[in-house]
Design a protein around this ligand. Structure first.
Ligand code: PMP
Length: 404
């Protein structure tokens, strides 16, 4: 088990001006706070270098376009994508999954086909598939979890058939922190000719990700969970898949030629980026990637593993605590306190200047499986340290006293 002594403490809290002094911000899985370099990049983007991209013939726009496309190359390198053209900028993971479901799913799914999801998925990796299943007549199967709350890949292996066209799974669960064996999942999907989409929202901020090595077909994540701006996210897809996919939104920037008789479309990624993009969001995302890679994703993973180990040990000393998720969860610990609603836990912790999430975490089917309607969740980032764990522990002792 990782220990705090073994991990290099990161203690980056000074980089984050929006974290009030004396606060324990333990809600990074919902959204990460923003470091100064990201805030500065956004301020420069609007305050110094701003212009639209891809259209202007003037120098300023050409420079903004260069910055925009440099960010695309940076994202590609960050996740090990073979080509920058495979990076599609979207609003976030939610939009990325909807894009794949509507565009790829609309073209490739038909009645009798099957989609495989897991019991721990976020609503954004459930509802888009339900919508396209309804449109196409495809059906959805749900893989169960193991006793220690991982996606049960033995069950996935037994469930998959040639009728399955796509498997869509969380790389890391936003509730349990469980890390998927993505390479094995890719092998299982490909064995029956299915594609694998990974929801990487909770993975990219806390571990190195290399889509080529994982062997998946689509990968999505949101910038705001990676210390970047809201409103910007990434869909990566294999070039040959994106090439064959129809556009899902029409408008400016995604066309080749338009006439009232016939419109032809640009190649990817432009085909999937209709309208004026979130130019400054992309620049901010670039700064966020520079920030986390400057620290090192291995160092962040070790740091968060140590905090998770410390937190789980602290929690298990409290009477009537129920801990969810595997011991080696990535950066995220969900728990409950018998007889206390998680909302009360969250409210009392707030009075103790500890910010945790309490609720269903957009994973109502998982809550039903766990037999609860909500959990409390502490999730970590580069600004957290042992003091935050102590504050959480002290706050929970207060909760326990109040409800004793
Ligand atoms: N998937 C997972 C695992 C998530 O944690 C989240 C955000 N909570 C999403 C998808 C959706 O991300 P967004 O709301 O940024 O589109």
């Amino acid at each position: 088990m990782a220990t705090l002594a073994a991990a290099r403490p990161l203690d980056r809290v000074a980089d984050f001006p929006a974290i009030p002094s004396g606060w324990a911000y333990l809600d990074t899985a919902a959204t990460a706070q923003k470091p100064r370099p990201v805030i500065d990049a956004i301020a420069r983007g609007y305050g110094e270098t701003y212009a639209t991209v891809h259209r202007g013939v003037y120098q300023r726009s050409a420079e903004m376009t260069l910055a925009f496309e440099a960010a695309r190359r940076r994202v590609a390198a960050f996740i090990g994508a073979p080509a920058a053209e495979e990076i599609v900028f979207v609003r976030g993971a939610t939009e990325g999954i909807n894009l794949v479901a509507q565009s790829w799913g609309g073209a490739n799914l038909q009645s009798g086909d099957r989609i495989l999801l897991s019991a721990l998925e976020h609503h954004s990796n459930i509802v888009p598939w339900q919508m396209i299943a309804e449109r196409t007549g495809a059906a959805i199967d749900v893989a169960p979890l193991t006793a220690d709350h991982r996606i049960d890949l033995d069950a996935v292996a037994a469930m998959l058939t040639e009728r399955h066209k796509i498997v869509a799974l969380a790389h890391v669960s936003n509730v349990l922190g469980s890390v998927l064996d993505a390479r094995r999942a890719a092998g299982l999907a490909h064995r029956v000719g299915a594609k694998l989409l990974l929801d990487g929202c909770q993975a990219v901020p806390r571990m190195p990700v290399d889509v080529a090595a994982l062997g998946c077909d689509f990968y999505v994540f949101s910038g705001h969970k990676l210390y970047g701006p809201t409103g910007i996210g990434v869909l990566w897809g294999r070039a040959e898949l994106l090439d064959a996919m129809p556009p899902w939104q029409g408008g400016g920037a995604m066309i080749d030629k338009v006439s009232f008789a016939r419109t032809t479309y640009a190649p990817p990624p432009a085909r999937f980026e209709a309208g004026t993009p979130h130019v400054v969001g992309v620049v901010g995302l670039h700064a966020a990637i520079d920030y986390v890679t400057g620290i090192g994703l291995d160092a962040i993973a070790a740091h968060e593993a140590a905090l998770v180990a410390e937190t789980r040990a602290m929690l298990s000393r409290i009477n009537a605590i129920r801990l969810f998720g595997p011991e080696d969860s990535a950066g995220i610990v969900s728990f409950g306190l018998e007889g206390v609603h998680p909302h009360d836990i969250g409210t009392i912790l707030d009075e103790a200047q500890v910010a945790v999430r309490a609720g269903h975490h957009c994973a109502q089917p998982l809550m039903a499986l766990l037999g609860v309607d909500a959990t409390a969740r502490a999730s970590f980032g580069v600004y957290n340290g042992p003091r935050d764990v102590e504050m959480l522990g002290a706050g929970l002792e207060r909760v326990a006293r109040i409800f004793a």
